[in-house]
Ligand binder design. Structure first.
Ligand code: SAH
Length: 346
């Protein structure tokens, strides 16, 4: 793609700057932006622009697209899992889920991941590279194109650590939220992090109305250290302090994700510790029966333990739900589809 840039990597403001630098009226920037998110395939379809501007755009930009490499559709609940091929040949996963309140897409933010959580397939091959904001936008657009429908909710819970790719993720949020673009409301977007404390604080100050989810998965440091290496850098106490700071700044409820793993973090004592840790916070706990990853030895907690864990949190007055398992018939856990794909190519 020589020197041309992916136009989806440009925010509206950046496009307007480009236009002004080229001595054209600023509103042309918004017109171009609108066409991009109406999903035109080429610049020639931007019919309200002059021929000269179109040829200038062709010189400077291309419209980045991803190809659907694999698509799996659940027979049970219509959950769809996609493997998308990016322009450089790398592949990322995203998942489309149907809820009563609309369609939700779970997107990846990095190719691979460097967090190396013990139970997760995304980190197995390490980090290949960050994704650009334009590539994240294209995840939403490629799936929307495939189903022929608008997608109203986005969760950043696919492969990658969003806060390890902070700037591109912020750019993505601003662009996807723009009313002239895909217009997805901030309250319909959830960012999930493994706990990069300084970025949680930075995000708190950035005044977004998005939802924040924290992958906690343990209520004591020794257990969390073994599950999530990031905990060796930022301890649970620091993480909780950062969450309290976020709450003070935004007054938006935080979700704590807790994947229940047999004999590791599913005991009564773990639940009581969790309740004490979160007491008094505006939060919600999402208990997730862990997905089996072939390469990993962890087992799902059994139903009785899950129920007991939940009822202990209930007793302490902590808001808690057990995540419904969607698409279990196509259930390659996070990162597994890509993992299988890259193995198949070896
Ligand atoms: N890096 C971010 C977002 C991607 S992971 C984060 O850590 O939050 C999205 C969620 O899936 C996280 O809560 C992660 O801990 C969880 N997850 C990863 N592997 C899983 C598995 N095998 N079973 C259940 N949840 C898993």
């Amino acid at each position: 793609m020589e020197n041309r840039k992916n136009i989806k990597d440009f925010t509206l403001e950046e496009l307007e700057n480009y236009i002004v630098q080229n001595k054209l009226p600023k509103f042309r920037g918004a017109q171009i932006f609108e066409w991009i998110y109406k999903d035109v395939e080429g610049f020639d379809q931007m019919t309200n622009l002059s021929k000269d501007l179109i040829s200038k755009l062709k010189q400077d930009f291309y419209i980045g697209r991803a190809e659907i490499e694999v698509k799996l559709v659940s027979q049970e609940d219509n959950t769809r899992k996609y493997l998308l091929k990016l322009e450089d040949g790398n592949a990322v996963e995203c998942v489309l889920m149907e809820y009563n309140h609309g369609k939700t897409i779970c997107i990846s933010t990095q190719v691979g991941c460097r967090m190396n959580c013990a139970f997760c397939a995304s980190g197995i091959g390490g980090l290949t590279r960050h994704m650009t904001s334009g590539e994240m936008l294209e995840e939403v657009m490629a799936v929307s194109r495939d189903i022929g429908e608008r997608i109203s909710n986005i969760v950043l819970m696919g492969s990658g650590e969003p806060f390890d790719n902070y700037e591109e993720v912020i750019k993505f949020l601003r662009t996807v939220n723009n009313q002239k673009g895909l217009n997805v409301g901030q309250r319909h977007i959830t960012i999930s992090t493994s706990g990069l404390v300084p970025k949680i604080r930075e995000f708190a100050e950035a005044e977004f109305q998005c939802n924040l989810a924290i992958s906690l998965h343990a209520s004591d440091n020794p257990t969390r250290n073994t599950l999530m290496p990031i905990n060796k850098k930022y301890k649970i106490e620091e993480l909780i302090e950062a969450c309290k700071f976020y709450l003070k700044k935004t007054n938006r409820r935080i979700t704590f994700e807790y994947a229940l793993i047999k004999d590791i973090n599913d005991q009564d004592e773990n639940a009581r510790k969790l309740a004490k840790l979160l007491r008094g916070m505006l939060c919600h706990v999402n208990l997730i029966p862990i997905n089996k990853v072939e390469e990993k030895a962890f087992e799902k907690a059994n139903k009785a333990n899950i129920d007991r864990f939940k009822s202990i949190l209930d007793t302490y007055g902590i808001e808690v739900t057990v995540r419904r398992e969607l698409g279990s018939d196509i259930n390659a856990a996070c990162g597994q589809l890509r993992q299988q794909y890259s193995e198949g190519k070896k």
